[in-house]
Design a protein around this ligand. Structure first.
Ligand code: PLP
Ligand code: ZN
Length: 420
């Protein structure tokens, strides 16, 4: 290889150089960015990384951008939190949360993938970019493209949460609601990208986009003091994130930044859209597409592009996949907020509920070092908490009124407890 990276077919290995393309002409399999690890060896070291900026570009030696690329999209490091109070509720003893609900410009992990995709959109000379999205990607593309002055066309299913629509339109993006689900949007985007020569981040730029997810894995390892965890629990939509965290860990091992050890990968889905977890549970190698019906809209992809690869990662690692109901998702959102002060969207409710079940079923042992990936912010899906909390009458601003209110409230709560 003469460059540091290039596109290669995941199945037949045919190489394609660097161009906006995501499917192999010969065998119709997905293309992936393949890095020359020997070239990266002297550039991707613990010392060079810690001397780098405090954002995802500290890992740029293994991201598909040229050496001269100057990042303009801020995508800062996100916290890796110990989660002892959640842990004690669910029978865990060594639980961490990778919190991508905060710090990133549009408050989901999608800012990572978009940063890499837009760098490549610029390199390929596109003046118009877009995506098909279940919400968070729309927000991230709209914000990133605004900063770069690119025109944006974004296609979303018509039933998307109001907050995710507003969070796209505010950046001046052309948001197009499609009378259908994500899979309809995605198919249409492939046709549009070809006809108009636009750069669609998760269509013709998908191989570059997907590499951005590796930064979640690099960060986890670095924040654990250059160690790998025993287990990772990852929400799955298209199934890309889980495969890329694994790719990141493998690269870190190959380049000697961490000691090799087995890491089990656990996938999380909502029962109302669970093509990947269903396949894992049934021992199937391929996806049976589903029609999504869940409040976890950011994960509602019925025909996931990377589904079969996600199944393989989970199975080969000795992990498992689970799915949870909409009711469980809402309780898990509340539980994570009440125990750890982290307010996540429905996808994080899925991950949290699945994590709890994996401990309950003994698939994860209490003392194993486990990282649960929280990927988006709760302020985007407040509709699912509608009616969960009562709005009481206003109290007059006087201490005596407050005291009377407090007494009445405590009696009321005690009464409820007694009635139980
Ligand atoms: C897109 C998304 C995911 C899953 O990403 P895939 O790589 O498509 O599996 C997880 N969580 C949130 C909040 C997302 O928006
Ligand atoms: Zn091929």
């Amino acid at each position: 290889m003469t460059t540091a990276y290039e596109l290669r077919c995941r199945e037949c290995g045919k190489s394609y150089g660097n161009q906006p393309l995501s499917i192999c002409d010969d065998c119709f399999s997905p293309l992936e960015v393949d890095f020359d690890l020997d070239y990266a060896r002297s550039r991707f070291t613990r010392d060079k990384i810690s001397a780098g900026p405090l954002n995802m570009w500290r890992y740029r030696a293994l991201l598909p951008v040229s050496d001269t690329y100057k990042p303009t999209t801020p995508a800062v490091l996100t916290p890796l939190l110990e989660a002892p109070r959640l842990a004690s509720r669910i029978g865990a003893n060594n639980l961490y949360i990778k919190n991508d609900a905060v710090c990133l410009p549009t408050l989901s992990f999608k800012d990572r993938v978009v940063a890499v995709a837009l760098a490549n959109a610029q390199a390929f000379g596109f003046d118009t970019v877009g995506c098909s999205s279940t919400g968070n990607l729309a927000n991230a593309v709209a914000a990133g493209a605004a900063r770069l002055g690119l025109k944006t066309y974004i296609l979303v299913p018509s039933d998307l949460e109001a907050a995710k629509i507003l969070n796209t339109q505010v950046y001046g993006a052309n948001l197009i609601r499609i009378d259908g689900n994500y899979d309809h949007c995605n198919r249409l985007c492939s046709q549009i990208a070809e006809r108009y020569n636009w750069g669609f981040v998760n269509v013709n730029l998908r191989p570059y986009y997907a590499e951005g997810s590796k930064t979640v894995g690099y960060e986890i390892a670095e924040q654990l003091g250059w160690r790998l965890p025993d287990n990772v629990v990852v929400p799955m939509a298209g199934g890309s994130l889980i495969t890329k965290i694994r790719k990141a860990f493998k690269e870190l091992v190959a380049l000697g930044l961490v000691d090799d050890k087995p890491v089990r990968f656990f996938g999380a889905q909502a029962t109302g859209c669970s093509p990947i977890s269903t396949a894992v549970k049934n021992g199937a190698d391929n996806i049976e597409p589903q029609r999504p019906n869940t409040i976890a809209r950011s994960l509602a992809i019925g025909n996931p592009a990377d589904g079969s690869y996600a199944i393989r990662v989970i199975r080969d690692s000795g992990g498992w996949a689970e799915d949870v109901s909409d009711v469980e998702i809402v309780s898990a959102i509340q539980e994570l907020a009440e125990t750890e002060g982290v307010f996540t969207e429905t996808a994080g409710g899925v991950t949290t509920a699945v994590t709890a079940r994996l401990y309950a079923h003994g698939r994860i042992k209490p003392d194993e070092l486990t990282v649960s990936c929280i990927t988006g912010n709760g302020l985007k899906t407040t509709d699912v908490l509608q009616g969960a909390y009562s709005q009481e009458a206003a109290v007059r601003p006087r201490l005596s009124d407050f005291a009377a209110y407090l007494e009445e409230r405590e009696d009321r709560l005690a009464g409820v407890a007694y009635a139980d």
